[in-house]
Design a protein around this ligand. Structure first.
Ligand SMILES: [Zn+2]
Length: 392
């Protein structure tokens, strides 16, 4: 076997494991930052066990932080700390996600993210997810309620300019005055309007989807659920094929049985795994902050003083394993929910979310128990796990 560290060529292969590409193969060829169709067995390669898997890199469209860093820290160093850590859990690209806060704090975060490019060999920041402040204070969750404001096109456009046009997703509550106008505006400008932190009914959510909202933010959390006489936004997001929904599959934010129900109704193309992780991810239990508020992390759960869940500690590889366990879905469906759907949602389906010639060489090597063993970001080995302990 060739050790991962011994690969010096820009043309090389992963061999032996099952490659979950457009056609099942046992070899994935990489040329610099891209997957190629070349099948030259003389290329240097990493030999992997036959019961391991090569899958498209995970895409996290909703993550606030990790390793002590938060997008709202408004520093390139914080973004790099997140981008450098994420490959350890198989994530190869992400949206830097802001929070409701003082306008100056949001602007500072947007200015930094707008000018940021992930270094080679780290997860690629694809843009920004603006979570708040255009939400409903009645469903604030862990968003600081004092900074919540009504949806405002002018303010959005000012922030979009500050971010260098890199806001890709806006979470908002359609029922707040100005919500519909902002949804229409976002849809017309190619930005995803995402129903979230909202108290709207299923009928109101259907109207928002008709107006151009195309996704939902952390399905079931901070929205009305599936009451049989008063269905909430969750019902519309699950039943309407024009919308996809994020879901936090950590077993705490949504009960496993409800994850399965969501999968059975929305189908594999309708859900996107996210982590919604906060800065404590990767560090463990202790005292932290989120949006300037104290957060206690205990037993892998982050909560405000009043018990409100405040982001997650979920790793993306755990989400992958949980989705499989909660729903019984196959590999193709799990890949859709962890990579391909988000690639389509974020407008990068022409270069991410699939292992096919011409696509970015973003991939994860999972062992037979679906633990991350190797992560490649745009052709560079960004994380290597316990390769030598696995009998290779
Ligand atoms: Zn969030």
């Amino acid at each position: 076997m060739t050790e991962p560290g011994a690969i010096t060529s820009t043309r090389w292969q992963l061999r032996g494991a099952r490659v979950h590409g457009d056609i099942d193969r046992r070899c994935l060829s990489i040329d610099d930052s891209l997957v190629t169709g070349a099948d030259d067995a003389t290329l240097p390669g990493i030999e992997l066990p036959a019961d391991w898997h090569v899958v498209p890199g995970f895409i996290d469209a909703h993550i606030h932080g990790a390793m002590g860093a938060d997008v709202m820290d408004a520093s390139a160093e914080a973004l790099t700390r997140i981008a450098a850590y994420l490959p350890a859990e198989g994530t190869t690209s992400f949206l830097a996600t802001t929070m409701t806060g003082a306008p100056a704090a949001i602007e500072a975060a947007l200015r930094v993210a707008g000018a940021y490019d992930s270094p080679p060999g780290t997860a690629e920041m694809l843009g920004v997810h603006l979570e708040g402040p255009f939400v409903n204070a009645d469903k604030a969750g862990a968003q600081p309620a004092e900074y919540i404001t009504a949806p405002d096109i002018d303010r959005f456009e000012r922030w979009q300019a500050v971010s260098g046009q890199r806001i890709r997703v806006v979470t908002l509550a359609p029922e707040v005055p100005g919500g519909d106008a902002l949804i229409t505006h976002l849809a017309a400008s190619g930005v995803r309007a995402s129903i979230g932190h909202s108290a709207c009914s299923a009928a109101r959510a259907e109207a928002a989807i008709a107006a151009g909202a195309s996704r939902g933010t952390h399905l079931f959390n901070a929205m009305n659920g599936l009451h049989h006489r008063e269905p909430g936004a969750a019902c519309a997001l699950l039943a309407n094929p024009a919308a996809r929904a994020e879901i936090i599959a950590d077993g705490h934010h949504v009960a496993p049985a409800m994850v399965n129900l969501a999968y059975r109704t929305a189908g594999a193309t309708g859900l996107m795994a996210i982590t919604d992780a906060m800065r404590a991810k990767g560090l463990g239990d202790g005292a932290y902050t989120l949006g300037g508020q104290p957060v206690i992390v205990e037993h892998g759960q982050a909560r405000l003083a009043d018990g409100t869940l405040a982001g997650s500690m979920l790793t993306f590889d755990q989400a992958f394993r949980n989705l499989r366990a909660y729903t019984g879905c196959g590999m193709a469906e799990a890949i859709a929910m962890t990579s391909a759907n988000a690639a389509a949602d974020l407008g990068v389906a022409d270069r991410k979310g699939r292992l096919a010639p011409g696509y970015d060489a973003d991939c994860v090597v999972l062992d037979a128990a679906f633990n991350v063993r190797l992560t490649i970001c745009r052709g560079r080995i960004a994380y290597r796990g316990l390769i030598e302990g696995a009998g290779v």
